[in-house]
Ligand binder design. Structure first.
Ligand code: ADP
Length: 373
């Protein structure tokens, strides 16, 4: 069985690690020979995942194809699907999710709760919606990792908005951000992982660390699970999906966005759940029975981000100390060069005690640094 991954980042790298457990030949397409996944696959192809001819040529002799990022050439995937290549998630699902306007309209059509919105084409269109502020302006396509997302609190901030097709969403008064991972196989059977909750740094508003299972009331958990499942069954696509939800200060739950792929919020499932998100996606691609999503122990994830003021060959300060901690698992992505803010790796902690998780997460954040020497 020949399996292809579009994109060779850290998610692709971890998918390949899980693939080593199965009898598959792996192929990766990425435009950088030093990408995290390049040296872990059987066949690496250098090329642009957004180019029709490149994606088509890469996929045409494969049995199954998946993605680790949604910025891919969907038209080539549609053609490959027509010719009998198994493409999970389906090109139709990627098309909806890839564009934030289509994604919002999809939630609305399927009666999935999401914040109210308007569509804009020019920054000046925002003038028509001053009564809608405070709002969040999101570029339809091309945004990534918070770039392409802008909070607009008042009419004086209109100049911060985007030119080009975008959505203007009502700003949710967020009490908690959670993410759920749902898998669906070709028969339409679904599995769901316990939600993860994001803990933000109140000063920098950056993701500080993540805890899973999220601490939720039973009713909120059921509601969140029902919404996440509905997103995937409405997309009608086999594959693995991460659904990011907001719980607002009134306790209501809204879908923020969906990723049609393995996701950062599921890194912990390697050590903390019986079947990891990566193993699960492979089972789905290979038509094997779905795995067990139950947690073995609660977990936390701390990201290793390139420290401010350092550019160059990476050196991990404090690595020995962190590796010496109990039930702590370090994952480095094999990136040679560090830059401020670059994601270099993550650390998973497992423990039956949430206080222990929080304590260790803070310790690791202050001990392990990606710097340049
Ligand atoms: P990206 O696709 O770049 O990850 P998101 O759409 O997830 O961007 O937005 C990034 C962050 O901005 C969210 O995690 C959340 O904290 C904030 N945000 C996004 N949409 C809203 C909203 N409608 N109301 C309030 N905050 C929001």
């Amino acid at each position: 069985m020949n399996i292809g991954i579009l994109g060779g980042g850290q998610l692709g790298r971890m998918l390949l690690q899980a693939a080593a457990n199965y009898d598959v030949t792996t192929h990766v397409l990425e435009n950088d020979t030093n990408c995290p996944a390049a040296h872990l696959c059987h066949h690496f192809t250098l090329g642009n995942i957004q180019d029709y001819d490149t994606v088509y040529a890469f996929g045409k002799n494969l049995d199954a194809l998946t993605i680790e990022i949604e910025a891919v050439n969907v038209e080539a995937l549609e053609q490959l699907e027509k010719e009998g290549v198994k493409v999970y998630p389906t090109p139709a699902a990627i098309k909806i999710i890839k564009n934030k306007i289509l994604q919002k309209q999809f939630y609305q059509t399927n009666e999935i709760p999401t914040s109210a919105f308007h569509i804009t084409n020019m920054q000046t269109d925002l003038i028509m919606h001053v009564n809608f502020f405070p709002a969040v302006h999101k570029l339809g396509e091309g945004g990534y990792d918070g770039k392409g997302v802008q909070i607009i609190n008042t009419e004086h901030e209109i100049a911060l908005g985007f030119n080009g097709p975008s959505v203007l969403e009502q700003k949710v008064s967020i009490a908690k951000e959670i993410a759920l991972i749902v898998g669906m196989d070709a028969k339409g059977e679904t599995i769901i992982y316990p939600p993860a909750e994001m803990i933000f740094d109140p000063v920098y508003n950056l993701l500080d660390y993540q805890l899973s299972p999220a601490r939720l009331e039973q009713k909120q958990l059921w509601k969140a699970e029902a919404i996440a499942r509905k997103v995937v069954t409405s997309l009608q696509s086999p594959g693995l999906f991460a659904i990011e939800l907001f719980i607002d200060t009134a306790g209501d739950i809204w879908v923020n966005e969906t990723a049609p792929r393995v996701h950062n919020s599921g890194h912990h499932t390697i050590e903390a759940n019986y079947s990891s998100q990566y193993d699960m996606l492979l089972r789905i691609l290979l038509n094997y029975p779905l795995g067990n999503t139950s947690p073995i122990l609660p977990s936390a994830i701390v990201n290793i981000i390139g420290s401010e003021g350092y550019n160059g060959n990476v050196f991990y300060e404090g690595l020995d100390e962190v590796l010496g901690m109990e039930n702590v698992f370090v994952h480095l992505y094999g990136k040679k060069i560090t830059k401020p803010g670059r994601k270099m790796g993550h650390v998973t902690i497992i423990s039956s005690d949430y206080q222990d998780l929080t304590h260790k997460a803070n310790k690791i954040k202050h001990t392990l640094k990606a710097i340049a020497k």
